[in-house]
Design a protein around this ligand. Structure first.
Ligand SMILES: [Fe+2]
Ligand SMILES: [Fe+2]
Length: 284
């Protein structure tokens, strides 16, 4: 099947995953200038699973709050509205898309570990390069969601891609282009668009392999582009046997950093990802 047929098939699927209602309500509420932490907390609490996970995450050392946060309202106050929305979005997307893999060669656990590690490295790099760190964190976590579409609805194509990638020692992205003339970037941005995710996130999902094409937030896309490769180098890859992705010099130029600068940060980045391991609890 080629890209055109794939997208036609996708249009016909009426069971595409949808995000939990609570996320949609939280997003809408933030457009209202009169919103309060209390109101936001009440909405989040209508979904107990999301509320519990939010509390678990804000109490992890990752956020570094010195006291234990007992209520959702406290969490909203301490995080602020935007970080709350981002965290609820991350929990929602993972809950929606994290399931048993339908493709034997594709390990779902490894996929999410790669995604979270990319989120963490993105957050680290964002802080170094004056990019919104929390936005970069979410963008990093979501960058590869198109792979889930492929795995979930187009198993035959996914299997062919993985096979080609390993036998020809090419990247997953290059193999996709050969197999169906499209990529997980196209599929992921299609889904993100259906979900009405913010434009900069759609762009990251669409262009994390081609950062030079970004127009909305090229620095954010560049951060995730580099973080994706760094996460793999740190051992958090999800496509074993692939050729290592190449770093686009555009991303370095856009962020005004050099490859040697990145190397200098390597140890620090590694320690940061390891310290934040408790975030993998989002998957439980
Ligand atoms: Fe990717
Ligand atoms: Fe990736």
């Amino acid at each position: 099947m080629n890209w055109e047929n794939l997208i036609i098939n996708l249009e016909c699927i009426d069971s595409l995953p949808t995000l939990p209602n609570v996320f949609l309500r939280v997003s809408q509420m933030l457009n209202d200038p009169m919103v309060t932490a209390k109101k936001l907390a009440e909405v989040i609490e209508t979904d107990q699973a999301i509320a519990m996970k939010l509390l678990k995450i804000v109490n992890s050392p990752f956020f570094g709050f010195s006291r234990k946060i007992m209520t959702v309202q406290d969490a909203v106050v301490l995080l602020g509205f935007n970080a709350t929305k981002n965290t609820v979005m991350t929990i929602s997307v993972i809950r929606t898309l994290n399931h048993e893999s339908k493709v034997e060669e594709f390990n779902m656990q490894d996929f999410w570990k790669h995604s979270i590690a990319t989120g963490l490295v993105s957050r680290y790099l964002a802080k170094k390069t004056q990019v919104d760190a929390e936005k970069a964190f979410v963008a990093g976590i979501l960058h590869d969601i198109g792979k889930i579409i492929l795995e979930q609805y187009f198993q035959e194509e996914m299997e062919k891609v993985l096979h080609l990638m390993r036998t020809q020692k090419i990247s997953f992205y290059e193999a996709e282009l050969q197999v169906y003339k499209g990529t997980h970037c196209d599929l992921g941005s299609y889904l993100a668009d259906k979900w009405n995710l913010p434009l900069p996130l759609i762009e990251v999902i669409d262009m994390h392999h081609t950062p030079g094409e970004a127009s909305e937030e090229p620095k954010l896309v560049s951060v995730v582009h580099i973080a994706n490769v760094v996460a793999k180098q740190l051992g958090y890859g999800c496509t074993r046997g692939a050729k290592e992705d190449e770093l686009d010099s555009y991303a370095f130029a856009r962020l005004d950093i050099s490859a040697s600068q990145l190397e200098e940060w390597a140890e620090d980045v590694q320690a940061y990802v390891e310290e934040s391991q408790e975030l993998f609890q989002i998957l439980e």
